[in-house]
Design a protein around this ligand. Structure first.
Ligand code: SF4
Length: 259
C-alpha cells in the first residue's frame, strides 16, 4: 500500500478548493444523511471488501504492510509469495537472514532498508512479545518500520478492530471530495473517524481505498462509473449522475488498476 504523497495531495486539495472559490474546509461538507447514503452504496457495491496484500498470518501481514510503503500491493505480493512460503514466523525470518530476505524483496523500492527492518522487527517480536504480534497500536508502533498506518492496517485486518489506515488513496479522496479534509494523514484519520457512520466504520477503510484505486483515480477520476456521483461535492467532479448500484464482481487479489 503506497504511502500518501502528503505534499502533492495537500496541494491538490488546496488547488481544488481554490478552484471552487472557497477556503479549505475544516470539516466535512456532507450531511449525516449524505454520509449514511455514501457508505450504504459502498456496502452494496462491495459487501465484503478485502485488503489486497497477501499474507498467511498476523506476522506476515505486518511484514507485507511494512514492505508496502511507497510500493503497490501487487508489487509486494509478487515478492512476498515466495518469501512467506519459507518464512512465515519471526524465527524463520531470522533464520533466513537479512541477505536472503533482500534477495526476495529486491523488486520492491527501498528494499535494503526494508530488509533490515524485517530482521529488526522479527527480533523485537521474539524478545519483547514472545514471537506473537501485539494487539495494541502503541505496542505495534514500537516495531521497527511500523508506523501508525501499518499499525492501523494490522489492527483492522488481523484483529478485527475498526481503524482508519490513511494511505495515498484515502488521503486523496478525503481531500478531493472534501469528505474529511486534512493536511496530514493523522488529521484525515481523525476526521474520518468522526464522519463515517458507526455501522460502516469497520469496512470504511477498504471501501475508500478500493474506490480510490479503481474509480476515483489519482490522475483522472472516473466520475461516470461512480455510484456516489450525485452526492460527491468535489470541485473535480465531471459528472453527477450516479452509476447503477450493483454488487461488483469478487475482488481479484493481486490485480492492480492503473491509476
Ligand atoms: S464523482 Fe468523481 S470525483 Fe466524486 S467520488 Fe466519484 S469519481 Fe471521485
Amino acid at each position: 500500500m503506497a504511502n500518501p504523497k502528503i505534499k502533492s495531495s495537500a496541494q491538490n486539495a488546496k488547488k481544488s478548493n481554490a478552484t471552487a472559490g472557497r477556503k479549505p474546509a475544516s470539516k466535512s461538507l456532507y450531511s449525516k444523511a449524505d454520509l449514511e447514503e455514501i457508505f450504504r452504496r459502498f456496502s452494496i457495491q462491495r459487501p465484503e471488501p478485502k485488503g489486497e496484500l497477501e499474507h498467511v498470518n498476523p506476522f506476515t501481514l505486518v511484514v507485507a504492510v511494512a514492505l508496502s510503503a511507497q510500493a503497490t500491493d501487487a508489487g509486494v505480493n509478487k515478492a512476498t509469495r515466495a518469501l512467506f512460503a519459507i518464512a512465515d514466523t519471526p524465527q524463520k525470518m531470522l533464520d533466513l537472514g537479512e541477505e536472503r530476505i533482500r534477495d526476495y524483496i529486491k523488486t520492491i523500492g527501498l528494499y535494503r532498508n526494508k530488509a533490515k527492518n524485517v530482521v529488526a522487527l522479527s527480533e523485537k517480536l521474539i524478545t519483547d512479545f514472545g514471537g506473537e504480534v501485539p494487539r495494541t497500536r502503541e505496542e505495534l508502533m514500537t516495531l521497527p518500520g511500523v508506523g501508525r498506518k501499518t499499525a492501523n492496517v494490522v489492527l483492522s485486518m488481523a484483529f478485527g478492530q475498526a481503524t482508519m489506515a490513511v494511505d495515498t488513496h484515502i488521503f486523496r479522496i478525503a481531500n478531493r471530495l472534501l469528505l474529511a479534509p486534512g493536511k496530514t494523514p493523522d488529521e484525515v484519520e481523525q476526521r474520518l473517524m468522526k464522519v463515517v457512520p458507526d455501522q460502516y466504520l469497520y469496512h470504511a477503510h477498504h471501501w475508500l481505498i478500493l474506490h480510490g484505486r479503481y474509480c476515483c483515480k489519482a490522475r483522472k477520476p472516473e466520475c461516470e462509473r461512480c455510484v456516489i456521483a450525485d452526492l460527491c461535492r468535489s470541485p473535480e467532479k465531471t459528472w453527477d449522475i450516479p452509476a447503477p448500484l450493483v454488487e461488483l464482481p469478487a475482488q481479484i487479489i493481486g490485480a492492480e488498476a492503473a491509476g
